[in-house]
Write a protein that binds this ligand. Sequence first.
Ligand code: PHE
Length: 450
Amino acid sequence: MSTDRATFGSKLGVILATVGCAVGLGSIWRFPYMVGENGGAAFLLVFIICTVLLGLPIMITEFFIGRHSRSNAAGSFKKLAPHTKWPLIGYNGVLAAFLILGFYAVVSGWTLEYVWQAMSGNLSGKSAADFTTDFQAFSSSVFRPILWTAVFIGITHYIIAAGVEKGIERASKIMMPALFLILLVLCIRSVTLPGVKEGLTFLFRPDFGKITSSVILSAMGQTFFSLSIGMGCLITYASYFGKDTNLQTTAVQVTVLNTLVALLAGIMVFPAVFSFGIEPTAGPELVFITLPNIFEQLPFGSAWSFIFFILLALAALTSTISLHEVATAYVHEEYQVPRKFAAWVVSIGVFIIGVFASLSFGVLKDFTIGGLTIFNALDFLTAKIMMPLGGMMICVFVGLRIDKKILKEELTNHGTIPFYFFHTYAFFIKYLAPLAIGLIFINELGIIAY
Ligand code: PHE
């Protein structure tokens, strides 16, 4: 293994980095709009079921693969199953990282535009309708969103190439709790708005009739996307875990925190959506047109939105770093090119994807693949196909290829910590998870649309 791969400073750093990888736009931007597009509470219910039954066990399994093999997303499979086709799971993950980063960087760029807007005082004194039209004018324009995408990829690139993870680690120790706090404040503001009843009903009272096969697929996709599972990120990160890191509790902590952030985001968004007459089905723009309305209602609104979008950008950054790292580590190690060169290859490639993803909100709006814009197609392909497929194969791999004794040894740190439901867990990943994911796929087969 090469020595210039990223390493984490401390035990807390490990947890924070993993939380940073998971918590990001997935919970704060994607989750609310998925809830909105998929009928509200019914989606939330399936999402939570998927998180507990699929998310947690798969995360533990990825931690196992990473720490046991101490290798990158593809290398780990090569180590554990040499001369087989299993590393394909890793290649699928690397490709997914690349594609996700392509559209994720666009939305990350949007957060920077809002930081800019807040600084220049442009977010105050507008009506709800203004926020919507302004956002649409911005996102559909050619130059600005691409510029911000480039800036965001540039920052990510700099961190990956210069290897300043330590700084990020230190920064996230302050920023992550700060983000959490500000989310809480915004939730409190939101639930004192007139639309609170409607908003919370939409979010929490399920209409079981709304649980369709496409809602189930979407909820499963959200679980994978939001927890960063099924594509090797967590394998890569776990390869840096210490031998005394408790893999089980780390997985539980990351999952709980991530779900909590998503719930807070939901509580923050939906009362406001109904108060300001915004469509819950607005799609990727939902958070960006809802939040400025809440800030408007607060004293020193611009200051709030400035702080919020800076923190959101940072949460996005800790995720883009992890995505970039998966692809860079792979190119660097697999093609034996210098790490800096690998980082450039990834950044340039991602930027090209980002340009198309960004333009698909404007000039390329009518260019569709299977009825989806480029942005939505990238999202669909990664979150709803590649990641669940990767997760399924990870379970099949460990279920078929790994001796249960070895699995248990690693997950209990050689017997020093208990694993109470080990047999249930082992049964889950060997049979239940692959079967469930397979069924959800089959159920949805042929319906390539939201
Ligand atoms: N989970 C991240 C988020 O919610 C996105 C992500 C997906 C990051 C896959 C890394 C890998 O924002």
